[in-house]
Design a protein around this ligand. Structure first.
Ligand code: G3I
Length: 349
């Protein structure tokens, strides 16, 4: 018992994994059931999958994940109601099929904004009503802050959502989710690089501002796509404490520890070529990380890995992309054959 992740951390936070529907059977499912008590959809609950065509909702794949969680008594996070990526084009086209972002006539801009916010409301309302009894944590908006130097001084991402509605899409998204979600469900603003500036302070300022306006945000989701040497443990700690200081919950929502820096070059061409000392270094990193999470467990309600085992991770695609099609990563605590890694013992012991 003590060697199950979920049991090891049962007094602190839930332990989650991102899944694709195909992973709800076979070896993935076995590891899921043994070690995890929370899941989230890696892709199938994103806008492009749920409402590819206006008014045509597709819940088939999402339902499989909901059923699995129910059957196995697991918590469920929803990822994600609104995002700038994996969102179908039709959201941002006016009634004549013209891109709203190109509109220059102020009256038509106002009309477009109304139409887009109406579509956003319908999308959120339909999903939240359907799944309200199944979801404990909602990623309401994802990645709304820019890392670089956008034209706006608050550092918000200049997505079509932002260009057409300003920050109103964020406010309407939270208010709509709040209106239809269960009373005890929690609403999150989710992002990556939340530990480092400029992202951290931009996110802090935005959230503080929205809270003052009465926008119902319950917590910050820290994606935590991190590396062995970055960011520092003290930066991670400071960020959790900063948001807790606003009275918010924190969740670690997409944890993976890449073997590489940025960009991920050169990458090991095959899994077998990864030197053992890389796995040892990764284990040390995981040890420090979970020691920190445990010490902050009154401020962190769940820790979710962005996958299960090293055979399936978006980081493999990224390693390939940056290394001419040949490269692997190994970010999790289970190896590509689902065997426990040094990193696993580093967070169990
Ligand atoms: O489903 C199609 C398939 O039909 C097609 O044959 C194939 C060919 O490329 O593509 C498949 O879709 C891919 C999808 O994953 C499902 O596998 C997309 O191309 C691919 O872009 C998509 O990548 C996902 C990515 O988000 C999209 O931006 C990753 O799996 C997913 O791990 C990643 O997750 C994000 C979080 O949502 C937000 N935070 C960052 C994180 C990592 O990028």
């Amino acid at each position: 018992e003590a060697d199950k992740l979920r049991t090891r951390y049962q007094d602190s936070f839930s332990i989650g994994a991102a899944v694709e529907p195909y992973q709800l059977e076979g070896k993935d499912a076995a590891v899921l059931k043994r070690h995890f008590n929370s899941i989230v959809a890696e892709n199938v609950m994103k806008p492009i999958n749920i409402q590819p065509v206006e008014g045509k909702f597709n819940f088939k794949e999402a339902d499989k994940i909901v059923q699995f969680a129910k059957k196995n008594g697991m918590e469920l996070r929803f990822h994600t109601l609104i995002w700038h990526s994996q969102v179908p084009e039709w959201f941002f086209l006016d009634k004549d099929g013209k891109p709203m972002v190109n509109e220059t006539n102020p009256k038509k801009q106002e009309k477009n904004k109304k139409l887009l916010l109406k579509r956003l409301e319908t999308h959120i309302k339909t999903i939240v009503k359907r799944y309200k009894n199944d979801i404990q944590s909602w990623d309401v908006v994802n990645e709304v802050i820019d890392d670089g130097n956008p034209a706006n001084e608050k550092g918000l991402r200049e997505s079509p959502w932002f260009k057409i509605t300003g920050t109103d899409y964020i406010k309407v998204a939270f208010k709509t989710a709040k209106k239809y979600a269960n009373k005890d469900a929690k609403l999150y603003i989710n992002d990556y690089n939340t530990e480092v500036n400029p992202k951290r302070d931009r996110l802090y300022n935005l959230v503080q501002d929205l809270l003052k306006q009465g926008v119902p945000i319950d917590g910050v989701g820290h994606q935590s796509h991190i590396q062995i040497g970055w960011p520092s443990i003290s930066d991670i700690e400071a960020s959790i404490n900063l948001f807790a200081g606003l009275g918010l919950d924190n969740q670690i929502t997409e944890l993976d520890v890449s073997l590489y820096g940025w960009p991920p070059t050169p990458a090991y061409p095959t899994y077998e070529e990864i030197p053992l000392d890389r796995f040892e270094a990764q284990a040390e990193r995981y040890n420090q990380l979970f020691n920190l999470f445990e010490s902050l467990d009154d401020k962190i309600s769940s820790v979710t890995f962005w996958g299960i085992a090293d055979n399936h991770t978006w980081l493999n695609d990224r390693a390939e992309q940056y290394n001419n099609g040949v490269g692997v990563d190994a970010p999790f605590v289970f190896d590509k054959n689902y065997k426990v890694k040094p990193a696993y013992w580093a967070i169990i012991d």
